[in-house]
Design a protein around this ligand. Structure first.
Ligand SMILES: Nc1nc2c(c(=O)[nH]1)N[C@H]1C(S)=C(S)[C@@H](COP(=O)(O)OP(=O)(O)OC[C@H]3O[C@@H](n4cnc5c(=O)[nH]c(N)nc54)[C@H](O)[C@@H]3O)O[C@H]1N2
Ligand SMILES: Nc1nc2c(c(=O)[nH]1)N[C@H]1C(S)=C(S)[C@@H](COP(=O)(O)OP(=O)(O)OC[C@H]3O[C@@H](n4cnc5c(=O)[nH]c(N)nc54)[C@H](O)[C@@H]3O)O[C@H]1N2
Ligand code: SF4
Ligand SMILES: [Mo]
Length: 885
């Protein structure tokens, strides 16, 4: 019998509802949940590919100590013993947890309770420090609490949607689709994108402001000043519900229109148009994400935006408000449980003695952390200097994602005792652990997550726990039990944890705190099982019809008023003669962070299969990097080598590189090894988007490309990048040293059995070499080498892995490196949902499909998640323009 389970996508903060169906044979399929209010049935490419990422390949299935399999008892005893010994000998601040917005609320709650209430230290920080902490700090300064006032519907109701520092089309695709659909219905709705790069999101914008990096404070301070001079301030709202207006205006007033132009590099016409749109449109939503948060001025950027919304009273009413987009599926849930080192549980403040006492009494805990703990960057510095004796890392991969990543790895390696809880056995972080704990992954674990609009949804298990993997909360509770806190952590199921969390949110609250889900305190297991998605707040007994905050004030500072914050632009150019480029880092559409899950899907890996750096054509020419050549990016912290992608979407002097690639998938592409640990002084959030670097060509003798059935093992090459492909793997290569025996190299890299001889071709003149190894009609591996970047059609070569090669001519065609006449090359994947390549789209345009819709009707491309629609539009426009010439 088939089983269908309603759950939530484990990727981005949109928090889409998913229905997972398990067939009798165990096969899993997923589709969007039509009833979930975040997505109403839609899914993006990552959500649609979830079933391809849940296999057990590479999973950590048993606890390990020092690389050998151990029993749970042995591992848990060891961890409890080491943490207890460190606390006894060096005090509670000698231990630390580094956790994640990908934990479920229940896991997060237990981790925070154990550290702050039972160890008595606040040394628990989370990857949300790298993600949301500037928004948290900005919200707390302005509102007195970390409140996101609006809902997704506001983005559809607004007449002006500003997307700043957000690549919504790729990072929150379903929300992007909702906005795009609203605009299609109401073409009068305007979209402004503020981003130094011309992203896919910018393609739907009426106005794209390509500001210089980190000049957002000047832009919004200038706007604030413009609003005042144009009588656009809502005097009633400001008088009744805010304070600090005069100081904020005094600071903003010093930023002239001319200074904004000079700092941002915008044209006067563009800037005037933006200010005019904001001033004259009542329904404005400003969405912001990492281009705002991940900056040394991140918190000020947030407050510069909030100032403009407070000044116009555009907050908390339908279609209005500032909107901080959360990144991870449970970034918001982590904030609710107080998972950051400077927060307490349930939106209570660590610096408030009354709140500390309240939480301690609720928990009945022996102690409570008295002062903020170490924020992520400082935490790993303390690991490096030896003051942290025991560290537990859970559901995050800091050796890839922390700034100054090589130093972070060295710190972890030098730490006396490191525990890592993960779903995978081999990551760049697990390789440094003393103890590995196998965790349940998506589909196996059970609990709740909260999305960007404060909506709490259930993640439900629909698969059996593999091997000995156990829930993260269980691991924490078992260690707590062994440290003498058995009664306080005697949870039998996640429902009990959720119920306690809900009770704490209501404890002595009475409207004094925004986060209150008291209606769910004490809910039974079956009610929890059936829990439908709901938005907070949901206080007990007081049904709230209003899901937004602050339309009528009611802020969480003691006087109930919001604060304007005086912000001033600071110098933002970090480049110097040796490091003349600004490196900006971020995401691509089809990979999730450090690729531990999305990297398993051939479909997702086909959109962009290699780490890359986007360079402006003039910059590339000046430094002598050709398209598809390799570029080395270097800062004083470290270096990376990636493929050059030359594009006018990139501004001069700046380079964009993705954050995803790591040592599992490439030779040297961990971009955070290049990023220094510069942080925002209020939030401690790293500035991952503005790094001064040098860039130069990475000179090689040969370029290579290969496809292989077997996973290539640590290829011996100066450059390599590996990706999953249908039927096996694809591998980009480059060599700096000459090789005597290429066939021997292939045998080692692709595990070719003895006795299998290569079919080969070598051109002494051009230096081209092609080798193919067959096992009967099956291709084991094909290898292409050239002095220039290899010009073989990648998708065609990959298709050979699943092609029957009984026909000898086909084998020779492979060595010739050309698509056979029987099969056209689809080209690089554009639509991952339906695996449609660029060549197919071009052919369809030539065949008469002259719009994105027509392409969708013919090829299905762009009709599922829609995040490739901008790319398709670009291809269609390009073809039509070329035809018109
Ligand atoms: N496909 C995919 N989606 C994801 C994720 C993923 O890994 N993959 N991760 C999720 C997570 S955890 C997060 S936090 C979100 C992040 O979502 P986003 O914040 O949308 O993504 P980023 O690519 O990190 O950065 C957004 C944009 O900020 C721009 N930017 C850089 N500097 C500046 C600046 O000074 N000012 C302004 N205004 N903009 C600037 C960058 O050019 C970039 O296009 O995505 C979530 N969704
Ligand atoms: N340069 C640069 N660096 C960045 C960013 C950037 O834009 N630029 N963005 C930053 C941001 S916003 C973020 S959010 C971080 C993300 O960075 P990370 O959190 O390091 O990235 P992930 O790959 O999501 O790591 C999650 C880990 O948890 C494991 N895992 C998955 N599910 C579970 C589970 O249920 N339990 C356990 N225990 N483990 C699990 C995965 O295998 C993986 O190893 O990166 C940050 N780093
Ligand atoms: S937009 Fe995509 S990644 Fe984000 S929650 Fe929805 S399906 Fe998952
Ligand atoms: Mo994030």
């Amino acid at each position: 019998m088939k089983k269908a389970v309603k759950t939530t996508c484990p990727y981005c903060g949109v928090g889409c509802g998913v229905i997972a169906t398990v067939a009798e044979d165990g096969g899993v399929s997923v589709r969007g949940d039509p009833d979930h209010p975040s997505n109403y049935g839609r899914l993006c490419s990552k959500g649609s590919a979830l079933a391809e990422t849940i296999d057990l390949d590479g999973r950590l299935l048993h606890p390990e100590i020092g690389g050998r399999q151990a029993s749970w008892d042995e591992a848990l005893d060891l961890v409890a013993g080491k943490f207890a010994a460190a606390i006894a000998e060096h005090g509670p601040d000698s231990v630390a947890f580094y956790v994640s917005g990908q934990l479920l609320t229940e896991d997060y709650y237990v981790a925070n309770k154990l550290m702050k209430g039972f160890f008595g230290s606040a040394n628990i920080d989370t990857n949300s420090r790298l993600c949301m902490s500037s928004s948290v700090a900005g919200h707390r300064r302005a509102f007195g609490a970390d409140t996101v006032p609006g809902t997704y519907e506001d983005l559809e109701l607004a007449d002006l949607v500003i997307l700043t520092g957000s690549n919504l089309a790729w990072c929150h695709p379903v929300l992007y689709q909702r906005v795009a659909a609203a605009k299609e219905k109401r073409p009068g709705m305007k979209i402004v994108v503020i981003d130094p790069r011309r992203t896919m999101t910018a393609d739907v914008a009426d106005l794209h402001l390509a500001i210089r990096p980190d000049t957002d404070v000047a832009l919004f301070a200038g706007l604030f000043s413009h609003l005042v001079s144009n009588n656009a301030v809502d005097q009633n709202y400001v008088a009744a519900h805010t304070s600090g207006f005069a100081d904020a205006f005094a600071a903003a007033g010093t930023v002239s229109f001319g200074e904004v132009l000079e700092r941002t590099g915008l044209a006067a016409m563009q800037l005037r148009e933006f200010y005019r749109l904001f001033t004259t449109t009542e329904k404005v939503v400003t969405c912001y994400s990492q281009g705002v948060n991940q900056s040394s001025s991140g918190t000020d950027k947030v407050n510069a935006i909030l100032n403009c919304h407070l000044a116009t009273g555009r907050i908390g009413r339908p279609g209005t408000g500032p909107f901080s987009l959360t990144g991870q599926p449970n970034a918001m849930g982590g904030r609710e449980v107080g998972g950051l080192a400077n927060m307490l549980a349930a939106h209570m403040a660590l610096e408030d003695a009354g709140d500390r006492d309240r939480v301690r009494r609720f928990w009945g805990s022996p102690v409570i952390a008295e002062k903020p703990g170490l924020k992520a960057v400082d935490l790993f510095r303390a690991v490096a200097d030896g003051s942290i004796k025991a560290l537990w890392i859970m559901a995050t991969n800091p050796v890839v994602s922390m700034p100054d990543a090589d130093a972070v790895e060295a710190a972890i390696r030098a730490c006396p005792f490191v525990v890592v809880s993960d779903v995978l056995k081999e990551t760049d972080t697990t390789r440094n652990a003393h103890v590995l704990m196998p965790s349940l992954g998506w589909g196996e674990k059970s609990g709740t997550v909260t999305n960007s609009e404060r909506r709490i949804s259930r993640q439900r298990a629909f698969l059996d726990a593999p091997g000995e993997a156990r829930a993260d909360w269980w691991q924490l509770a078992e260690v707590a039990r062994r440290m003498g806190f058995a009664e306080d952590f005697a949870y039998a199921a996640p429902s009990e944890i959720f119920s306690e969390h809900a009770a704490l949110s209501a404890f002595e609250n009475a409207g004094s705190r925004d986060f209150d889900i008291g209606a769910h305190a004490g809910l039974a297991e079956d009610a929890y099982d059936g829990l439908a998605p709901f938005q907070w707040p949901q206080p007990a007994g007081r049904a709230r019809a209003e899901t937004r905050f602050f339309a009528d004030g009611g802020f969480y500072h003691a006087d109930g008023k919001a604060r304007f914050v005086a912000v001033e632009p600071t110098e933002t150019n970090r480049t110097d003669a040796d490091h003349p480029f600004t490196l900006n880092t971020g995401r691509i559409r089809d990979q999730w962070h450090t690729m531990t899950r999305t990297g398993k899907s051939a479909r997702l890996s086909s959109h962009i299969a290699e780490p890359f750096a986007e360079l402006h054509p003039r910059d590339a020419m000046e430094i002598g990097v050709g398209n598809a050549g390799l570029v080395e990016i270097e800062s004083p912290q470290g270096r990376a080598v990636v493929r050059a992608l030359i594009t006018g979407r990139q501004a001069r002097g700046s380079i964009f590189a993705p954050m995803h690639w790591n040592d599992r998938f490439a030779a040297k592409a961990r971009i955070d090894a290049v990023v220094p640990a510069v942080t925002d002084r209020f939030s401690g959030q790293p500035a991952s988007k503005n790094v001064a670097v040098a860039a130069r060509p990475f000179k090689v003798r040969h370029y290579g490309f290969a496809v292989s059935q077997a996973k290539p093992a640590g290829p011996d090459a100066a450059y390599w990048a590996l990706a999953r492909a249908e039927g096996g793997w694809r591998l980009e290569l480059a060599f700096t040293a000459p090789q005597e025996d290429w066939a021997g190299w292939c045998r080692r890299a692709f595990a070719i059995p003895d006795g299998v001889e290569p079919l080969g071709y070598a051109d002494a003149q051009t230096g081209d070499i092609r080798l193919a190894f067959f096992d009967g009609p099956r291709l084991l591996a094909a290898f292409f080498l050239a002095r220039e970047p290899v010009a073989v059609a990648r998708n065609w070569a990959i298709a050979q892995l699943t092609t029957d090669h009984a026909n000898l001519r086909k084998r020779f065609a492979l060595v010739a490196g050309r698509p056979g006449a029987d099969k056209a090359d689809p080209g690089a994947t554009v639509c991952a949902c339906f695996s449609v390549g660029v060549n197919q789209i071009v052919a369809a345009v030539r065949g008469g499909c002259h719009s994105v819709e027509a392409i969708g009707k013919t090829l299905d491309a762009g009709t599922n998640c829609g995040s490739c629609r901008a790319e398709i539009r670009g291809i269609v426009d390009g073809c039509l323009a070329a035809a018109a010439e």
